[in-house]
Design a protein around this ligand. Structure first.
Ligand code: SF4
Length: 459
């Protein structure tokens, strides 16, 4: 009973969040920056912030995460960190030789009022950025938003600060990846390749945070979207943004700057969202859906139909990040399950609107996001209406243990299991994996608690 003090009675709370269902903005910015080839993320703040961001990513990905910091001390904390950042830029290019430094702010530098655009311009004017190298930036104050907001801000920074328009359109489609795993980004590329669609996927953390063991440490692994690819996004014929919170702002930026039209889609998690992604990509790239994709869909539908009896009516509680929760809830509804409690610490009216559209099929479901939408509230809701399944990141294990609920780890961070970096959740194959995971925990529960006379060898 680790959470034994969580009371059943839900009371209105203001100004108090207990066990937040989110983490800090710069973590998202750092993750996004790692999806550019040859990029060193830089945390403009104190060493402690940078250590926290790096260690959280390392614990989730089980990979070393390289990043630099402006190393604020008392002086910078009072008078501003411009001198620290200018010195950092010079030192980083001299010692670590990245192609790009991606600077994000922190609570401290935002509170002081450091202007990253002005400081990076000064670095350029003072010739601290070598020829052919780049410094980009994103404002990521962590006292608002979440890691998802920070991710969106850095991806928007990539679009705004790298893209150029040559006046000649390229036969390619931008795919702006919402916050997803390296395995998901790899799957998006594989699907696009199978369809014959020419794409620029950004950011792209595959082959960066799931890099193979070669016996040699690479500060800049071979993966990541290249500068040339990012520049070319201004010439693409259109953009598909996979997520209304974490991906759409970058697509809007490209539309504003270079008139690249865009379509916002849900992240392709589950059957319906993947269907929409495949059809939109087919239309945008002018390619047909090949037989192998149709067959993958068919296998998923077959399993969903065969196993429906085990899913039907099962109540589910979920917490996590907006662009993943929206299609995941839709997929649970497609499986005839009942999402009853949904919580996300990430604020946003776009998120609320889209989730409410999906929840039309789940009347009476509890949904809350933003401030006070925390794990404590989720636990209280579960105490009042118990569920058959809990889905969320590693922090859910405390509720799962106390309430004895089958639990699937999904989202960020996953600190106590592996697999998320290597097996996708997106696309038809990802959906099939999700079905398998859900079914496995439900059947494990049944096998553990069934009466002896009802204990079945065959499902
Ligand atoms: S101080 Fe702000 S930026 Fe630094 S780790 Fe804490 S929440 Fe994140």
């Amino acid at each position: 009973m680790l959470l034994r003090h969580t009371p059943k009675e839900v009371k209105e709370r203001e100004g108090l969040t207990i066990n937040p269902a989110k983490t800090c903005q710069p973590i998202g910015a750092m993750y996004a920056a790692l999806g550019i080839h040859g990029c060193l993320p830089h945390s403009h703040g104190s060493q402690g912030c940078c250590s926290y961001h790096r260690s959280t990513l390392t614990r989730h990905y089980k990979e070393p995460v390289m990043a630099a910091t402006s190393s604020f001390t008392e002086g910078a904390s009072v008078f501003g960190g411009q001198a620290n950042l200018l010195q950092s830029i010079e030192t980083i290019f001299a010692v670590y030789d990245p192609d790009i430094i991606a600077v994000h702010s922190t609570c401290l530098s935002e509170t002081i009022g450091d202007d990253l655009q002005q400081i990076t311009k000064k670095a350029k004017d003072d010739s601290k950025i070598p020829e052919g190298k780049y410094v980009i930036y994103a404002s990521t104050p962590s006292f608002i938003g979440s890691h998802i907001t920070g991710y969106a801000n850095m991806v928007t920074g990539m679009a705004e600060q790298f893209s150029v328009s040559t006046g000649e359109k390229k036969d390619q489609v931008n795919i702006v990846a919402g916050w997803m795993e390296p395995s998901d980004m790899r799957e998006i590329k594989d699907i696009s390749k199978a369809m014959g669609a020419k794409i620029v996927l950004f950011p792209d953390t595959s082959d960066v945070l799931d890099a193979p063991q070669t016996g040699k440490h690479e500060i800049y692994p071979k993966g990541g979207v290249t500068v040339e690819e990012l520049k070319s996004t201004g010439d693409s014929k259109c953009s598909l943004a996979l997520g209304c919170i974490s991906a759409e702002p970058a697509a809007i930026a490209l539309d504003k700057k270079h008139k690249v039209p865009f379509e916002t889609l849900d992240m392709p998690i589950g059957l319906s969202a993947t269907d929409r992604f495949i059809m939109s990509l087919s239309k945008a790239a002018g390619v047909k859906v090949p037989a192998e994709i149709t067959a993958a869909r068919g296998r998923l539908v077959d399993v969903m139909a065969d196993m429906e009896q085990y899913f039907h009516g099962k109540k589910v509680a979920l917490f996590g990040d907006p662009d993943q929760l929206i299609p995941l809830v839709e997929f649970l509804l497609d499986l005839n399950m009942k999402p009853v409690h949904i919580v996300s610490g990430t604020p946003g009216q776009r998120f609320e609107k889209r989730m409410k559209e999906v929840l039309v099929r789940a009347p009476g479901a509890n949904f809350k996001n933003g401030l006070n939408a925390d794990m404590f509230l989720l636990h209280q809701w579960i105490k009042n209406e118990p569920v058959d399944l809990l889905i969320g990141n590693t922090y859910g294990k405390y509720i799962a243990r106390d309430e004895d609920i089958p639990f699937i780890r999904f989202g960020f961070p996953i600190l106590d299991r592996i697999g998320h970096s290597y097996f996708p959740n997106v696309g038809y194959n990802g959906a099939l994996r999700l079905v398998e995971k859900i079914l496995s925990v439900l059947m494990d529960r049944q096998d553990r608690t069934a009466l002896e006379e009802k204990f079945e060898l065959v499902m």
